[in-house]
Design a protein around this ligand. Structure first.
Ligand SMILES: NC(=O)c1ccc[n+]([C@@H]2O[C@H](COP(=O)([O-])OP(=O)(O)OC[C@H]3O[C@@H](n4cnc5c(N)ncnc54)[C@H](OP(=O)(O)O)[C@@H]3O)[C@@H](O)[C@H]2O)c1
Length: 320
């Protein structure tokens, strides 16, 4: 029995170590939200691997600047870097037309990285209905529609890579981030179903789960973030967009389902792993072993979050 187990573990370890990484050299990579922050760094990593890249966002001036930065990182003179101005919170037809134009310029999309997204904060009753709808339109539908566009061709070719950028707030509902969390949770469900529908065809699906990352988007989000949310999130630190973008790109090439960076994110990803797809047998075994102990630790973490919330409400209650 022991000999069989030893052989079995050696086979899965060998398979994991020799697994193939996809290659984007000479292929068309589209990065939505590629003009700034995490998306910009994904685009830079793609051209460093020889890809032709189209970045998609709204602001043309920022897109032009980003294209210049991305071009500086190309490894060959014949690589192409284009931009396309598109509001991804709009209707399906507008996004479909945009992606038609994008493919007409640089050819079929091999890798789609959905990074465009925004957070608006506030306790649930304070978020305006139009803002809540916008969060869903951009973060969820602005990811779903591009995926629906690229899937038929990827399925025919039996190849391709799709990235969805969720958040740590897409694994755990956080005070002051309700409607944003809901949109990012929706992406997890979409990514799990997408993975099940495409794995047998050889298409990689990766769900990015960034923690707080030092980007223009994060700076903007801080303006509407309640103090309680800031204190709850402060324990995880602040990551650099270059590190998060590189990790997301590398995980997508490897076909890792979750893309995470940092110890806290790793713990949360294990606690919330549920029925998500698995690829790395070593990680699967580790998850099975440590899940119970981590659940105990999560009680302490949740108790601490509850304590932070109570602390901010106590003075108000006393004066009433
Ligand atoms: N930074 C963090 O702490 C953090 C943490 C967890 C998850 N995330 C997620 O990571 C992704 C990237 O965030 P980031 O911090 O790198 O943000 P960022 O620096 O603000 O960049 C956001 C990008 O998305 C584009 N964008 C925004 N609204 C758009 C719209 N309606 N249509 C098309 N493009 C739009 C922006 O360009 P335009 O404004 O010109 O359109 C920009 O290129 C987002 O999905 C975000 O939710 C970020």
């Amino acid at each position: 029995m022991i000999i069989i187990l030893v052989i079995f573990f050696h086979i899965i370890i060998f398979q994991w170590l020799t697994r193939k990484k996809k290659n984007v050299d000479g292929k068309h990579v589209v990065v939505t939200g590629g003009s700034s922050g995490i998306g910009l760094w994904v685009a830079i990593n793609a051209v460093r691997k020889g890809a032709d890249v189209t970045i998609v966002a709204r602001n043309v001036r920022i897109l032009e600047k980003a294209v210049a930065v991305i071009k500086e990182n190309c490894i060959r003179d014949d690589q192409k870097v284009e931009y396309y101005s598109l509001d991804l919170s709009k209707e399906h037809e507008i996004i479909e037309k945009g992606f038609n134009d994008i493919e007409a310029k640089l050819g079929d999309i091999y890798m789609l990285v959905n990074c465009a997204g925004q957070a608006l904060c506030g306790v649930i009753e304070d978020v305006k209905p139009e803002d809540a709808r916008f969060l869903m339109n951009l973060n969820y539908f602005g990811t779903l529609y591009p995926i629906q566009y690229v899937l038929p061709k990827m399925k025919v070719k039996k190849d391709g890579i799709i990235v969805l950028t969720s958040s740590q707030a897409g694994l755990m509902g956080i005070y002051g981030l309700g409607p944003y969390s809901a949109a990012k949770f929706a992406l997890r469900g979409l990514a799990e179903a997408l993975s099940m529908e495409t794995k047998h065809l050889g298409i990689n699906v990766t769900l990015g789960l960034p923690a707080d990352t030092d980007t223009p988007g994060f700076a903007n989000e801080q303006k509407s973030k309640p103090k309680i949310t800031q204190e709850i999130c402060s324990g995880g630190g602040l990551f650099k967009p270059e590190d998060v973008g590189k990790k997301l790109f590398e995980d997508a090439l490897k076909g890792n389902f979750f893309s995470i960076l940092g110890f806290e994110s790793w713990i949360l990803s294990i606690l919330c792993v549920g029925m998500s797809p698995w690829k790395n047998p070593l990680l699967g075994i580790l998850q099975s072993y440590v899940m119970g102990a981590l659940r105990m630790i999560s009680f302490v973490i949740q108790w601490n979050f509850g304590r932070i919330v109570k602390k901010y409400y106590q003075p108000k209650e006393k004066t009433n």
